[in-house]
Ligand binder design. Structure first.
Ligand SMILES: Cc1cc2nc3c(=O)[nH]c(=O)nc-3n(C[C@H](O)[C@H](O)[C@H](O)COP(=O)(O)OP(=O)(O)OC[C@H]3O[C@@H](n4cnc5c(N)ncnc54)[C@H](O)[C@@H]3O)c2cc1C
Length: 322
C-alpha cells in the first residue's frame, strides 16, 4: 500500500520512473522469494536506480502458453564456474532488453515434467555473461522498445536461482501479479483525459474538434472519465493482498481495454486531425494518435486479455478449468 501511494504521487507529479521493471516487478518478487544474499546484492541498486532489469519470460513458441517454454538450463560444476547452470535458448519481446544490465528469466530444468510448469526454474542473469546476446526489435513506429535475447552455453551460478529448482513457475506467477497490479496506468489515463478536456476548452482545440461533434465528444469523454474512476478503485483492490492474486488480472484487463477505448475516443473527438502522426500542428502534439498505436499492444503485454479472463474465471470465481 505504501508503494501504491508513492507511485500515485510520483506519477501525478510526472516524476520519471527509473527502470520500473526492477522497482515494481523484480524488487517485490525478491522480497517475497529471494535469499538474504540476493536481496542484499540486488535491492539497493534497484532502489538507487543504478541497475536496469528486463523480464525474459516469453519465447517464440511460448507466450500465453508460457509453461511450454523451451530455453534449457542444465546443472554443471567445474573449477572455474563452481556450481552453475548452462543455459541455451531464446527469449523474445523482452521490454527494454537492450538497456538492461540484468535479466530475470524462466528456464526449463526438467524436460519431462508433467504438468509442464513443474519443470521450470527462475534465474537472475547478468547480461554481460559470455553466451548472452541481445538484439533489439523495431516496432511499427520505428522504435525499439523490446528485444530478442539468445543464450548459447551461458553459465549462470546456481546462487542466482530464485526459489527452488523446478518451482520457478510460482515465483514467476507472483512477479506477473506485481506487474499487473498497481496504480501507474490509472494515473496515465487520468492525465490523458485531463489534457483532452483542457485542450478542447482552448480556441485551437475547438477548431480541431470533429465537425458538429461537440455533444458526441462530451458524452464519450464523460464515459471514459467514469471508467477511469472505476479503474482507480480496481487498482486499489489489486493491492489488497501483499502478493496480489487474481485481483491483479482484473486491474490489467480493465486498464488495457480502457487504454484502447480512450485512444479511440481521442480519434473520434479530433476526426481527421486525429490521424496526424507528425507532432507539429497536431492536436496535443499527436498524443492520441501515438496512444492509439501504443494501445494495440495493451491487450497483449503482461498477458493477453483472454488469459486474464481465464485467471479471473478459474482463480477468482472458482470456475472449472475445462
Ligand atoms: C509491447 C509488448 C511488451 C512485451 N514485453 C515483454 C517482456 O518484457 N517480457 C516478456 O517475457 N514478454 C513480453 N511480451 C510478450 C507478451 O507477454 C506476449 O505477447 C503475451 O503473453 C502473448 O503471447 P503471444 O504474443 O505469444 O501470443 P499468443 O499466446 O500466440 O496469443 C495469440 C492470441 O491467442 C489468444 N489465446 C492464446 N491462448 C489462449 C487461451 N488459452 N484462451 C483464449 N485465448 C487464447 C490470445 O489471447 C491472443 O489473442 C511483450 C509483448 C508486447 C506486445
Amino acid at each position: 500500500m505504501e508503494e501504491f501511494i508513492l507511485q500515485e504521487e510520483m506519477m501525478r507529479a510526472r516524476v520519471p520512473t527509473v527502470n520500473g521493471i526492477g522497482a515494481f516487478l523484480l524488487g517485490p518478487t525478491l522480497l517475497a522469494h529471494g535469499t538474504d544474499e540476493q536481496r542484499a546484492e540486488h535491492l539497493p541498486p534497484i532502489a538507487r536506480g543504478e541497475r536496469a532489469w528486463a523480464q525474459g519470460f516469453s519465447e517464440p513458441e511460448a507466450g500465453s502458453d508460457l509453461a511450454g517454454l523451451r530455453t534449457r538450463a542444465v546443472r554443471a560444476n567445474d573449477e572455474e564456474h563452481g556450481d552453475h547452470y548452462v543455459v541455451d535458448g531464446q527469449k523474445v519481446w523482452t521490454s527494454l532488453g537492450h538497456n538492461a544490465d540484468w535479466l530475470f528469466v524462466l528456464v526449463r530444468t526438467d524436460p519431462d515434467a508433467a504438468p509442464k510448469h513443474r519443470g521450470i526454474t527462475f534465474l537472475l542473469v547478468d547480461v554481460n555473461t559470455p553466451g548472452v546476446t541481445v538484439r533489439p526489435i523495431r516496432d511499427i513506429r520505428g522504435d525499439a522498445p523490446f528485444s530478442e535475447i539468445f543464450f548459447e552455453g551461458a553459465r549462470v551460478p546456481v546462487a542466482n536461482r530464485v526459489g527452488e529448482e523446478n518451482r520457478g513457475w510460482y515465483v514467476a506467477m507472483d512477479a506477473l501479479s506485481f506487474e499487473r497490479a498497481g496504480i501507474g496506468a490509472t494515473i496515465k489515463h487520468e492525465q490523458a483525459i485531463a489534457s483532452l478536456v483542457e485542450h478542447i476548452g482552448t480556441p485551437e482545440g475547438r477548431e480541431q474538434l470533429r465537425d458538429g461533434w461537440e455533444r458526441g465528444a462530451r458524452q464519450e469523454i464523460a464515459r471514459r472519465y467514469v471508467e477511469m474512476r472505476v479503474l482507480y478503485n480496481i487498482a486499489r483492490f489489486s493491492v489488497t493482498n501483499p502478493v496480489p492474486g487474481y485481483e491483479a488480472s482484473v486491474n490489467q484487463l480493465f486498464s488495457a481495454e480502457l487504454h484502447q477505448r480512450l485512444a479511440r475516443t481521442g480519434a473520434h473527438v479530433f476526426g481527421k486531425h486525429g490521424l496526424l502522426w507528425q507532432r507539429r500542428g497536431a492536436p496535443l502534439g499527436a498524443a492520441f494518435t501515438h496512444m492509439r498505436m501504443d494501445s494495440v499492444a495493451a491487450t497483449f503485454l503482461g498477458g493477453a486479455s483472454e488469459i486474464q479472463r481465464n485467471v479471473i474465471a478459474t482463480r477468482g470465481l472458482g470456475l472449472p478449468r475445462s
